[in-house]
Write a protein that binds this ligand. Structure first.
Ligand code: MN
Length: 479
């Protein structure tokens, strides 16, 4: 999986991503109200959340620690930092400012290495509070054309980390890889559940285009991208739109645009604010946060292995490449430990990887089926007593029940043990029965093999392992 460089009409794209991620704390960033998704609206609130006069923020230490985990996992420098007020009016932000970080973010200057070998610089990863959530009734769900609006303040004050990449991304594929890899890291370090569909991870893309060698073009920011797949589509659409404008002699206006999944286009939301428009100033109600070396070292030492390392370990154990689809998928689901456990109790890691990828999509990161049961199944396969297809059938029953003895299930299906000498004699019989096919096969006509395999399958009533038969035919021809 390598990201191809994007080019259109001679232009290249320049993309930087801003990812907001909700931290998995028990309480909010500056108050004791629960940080919980899906509760009855306006129940997780308090004077700080609502921005009532005189209410003062108290910083959540665990939020700082989770933000440090993110920074350290991205190779950032963790530094002493300050909070700032970012002023703007929005109905779901009761104070009319957001407490964020500005000139002194907690984490600065990191890098995210992608599975395809490319890397993307991280400018900063700072702490800030989330806003409330507006719902617009009637119409499309957007404010335009709606009949009324409701505001839920449960989300206001939820701790966020905003991760800002450098404009190093050059294709929609690379943007997708970045978002999935970042998501995997956030989940691995326990900082967030990072669910794009629930909004606990939100990706905005700054997109511009230029002729190679030219200075950076004017960028547009795309919001409302709800999946990794839409991210790629939105960036591709937006870059083509900008190329068409330039080619028509127009110029690109700096603005915030909304991605519409339905029509597959971006639409103007508002002309873009610059940092000046937010009138940032230091938050007078919070002091400097200065994590000492001992705290930073303790957080670094407690970081679990990151997805890139786990992919390499799984790849080595299973004879795959670290960016093979099965390796990527299983690590992303957090099931790599399970595959390794199967190998540890005497199973085949290679077969376990295939089964876990195909049959454990819904199993979560600690599948109910004991590792020993899957290990026993993979041994039956490697010993040639079950074909891949038969193993799949047996496994489906084991997964369904969450347990089971593969020997007994195989027997109940009549998947009889067929040892290799039995198979050898069936192969010999097939050759004897169809000498013409055998002659053609020996003369290099690969197609003739099908007839011979067919004989064996028929004789074994479908019990023979097609791969083993093929290997035997090849061996006989070559001997
Ligand atoms: Mn932000």
């Amino acid at each position: 999986m390598s990201a191809e460089r994007w080019m259109y009409e001679g232009y290249e794209m320049v993309v930087g991503l801003e990812v907001h991620v909700e931290l998995a704390t028990a309480t909010k960033l500056f108050s004791g109200s629960p940080n919980r998704f899906g509760d009855e609206p306006n129940t997780n609130i308090d004077p700080v959340t609502l921005g009532l006069p005189g209410a003062l923020p108290v910083l959540n230490r665990h939020a700082v620690e989770l933000a440090m985990r993110i920074g350290l996992a991205l190779g950032c420098t963790v530094q002493s930092c300050t909070f700032a007020r970012k002023n703007y009016f929005y109905p779901d932000m009761p104070k009319a400012y957001q407490i964020s970080q500005y000139d002194r973010p907690l984490n600065a200057d990191g890098v995210l290495e992608l599975p395809d070998g490319s890397s993307v610089g991280i400018e900063r990863a700072h702490l800030e509070e989330d806003t409330g959530k507006s719902s617009h009734l009637g119409g499309s769900g957007r404010i335009h054309g709606s009949e009324g609006s409701l505001i839920d303040f449960n989300r206001a004050g939820v701790p966020l980390v905003e991760i800002v990449s450098r404009p190093d991304i050059t294709s929609p594929d690379q943007a997708r890889l970045y978002a999935s890899e970042l998501r995997a890291i956030l989940v691995a370090v326990g900082a967030s559940d990072a669910r794009m569909e629930e909004g606990s991870m939100r990706v905005d893309a700054n997109v511009s285009i230029r002729l190679p060698g030219d200075p950076l073009g004017t960028r547009c920011e795309i919001k409302n991208v709800n999946s990794v797949r839409s991210l790629g589509r939105a960036i591709d659409y937006e870059a083509r739109r900008q190329v068409a404008m330039i080619e028509a002699g127009e110029s690109v206006r700096q603005e915030t645009r909304h991605w519409d999944e339905g029509d597959g286009r971006t639409h103007t939301l508002r002309t873009k604010e610059d940092a000046d428009d937010y009138r940032y100033f230091p938050e007078p109600d919070l002091v400097l946060v200065a994590p000492d070396a001992a705290w930073i070292d303790a957080v670094r030492a407690a970081l679990p292995p990151l997805p890139s390392v786990r992919r390499r370990i799984l790849a080595d154990a299973t004879g795959q490449e670290p960016d093979a689809e099965s390796v990527m998928t299983v690590v992303e689901r957090g099931q790599d430990g399970y595959v390794l456990a199967v190998a540890e109790v005497g199973g085949s890691a290679e077969r376990a990887l295939v089964h876990v990828k195909e049959a454990f999509a819904e199993a979560g990161n600690s599948p109910a089926l004991p590792a020993a049961s899957l290990a026993a199944l993979t041994r039956m396969e490697t010993e040639g007593r079950l074909t891949a297809t038969q193993a799949k059938t047996v496994l489906a029953e084991m997964v369904e029940a969450g347990a089971g003895d593969p020997e007994a299930i195989a027997a109940s299906h009549g998947f009889e043990a067929m040892d290799s000498s039995e198979l050898e004699s069936m192969v010999a019989a097939a050759i004897a029965a169809d000498p013409e096919a055998w002659a053609k096969f020996c003369a290099g006509e690969g197609k003739a093999m099908g007839a011979l395999v067919g004989h064996v399958m028929k004789a074994s009533r479908g019990q023979a392992d097609g791969k083993a038969v093929t290997a035997m035919l090849n061996a006989r021809r070559d001997s």
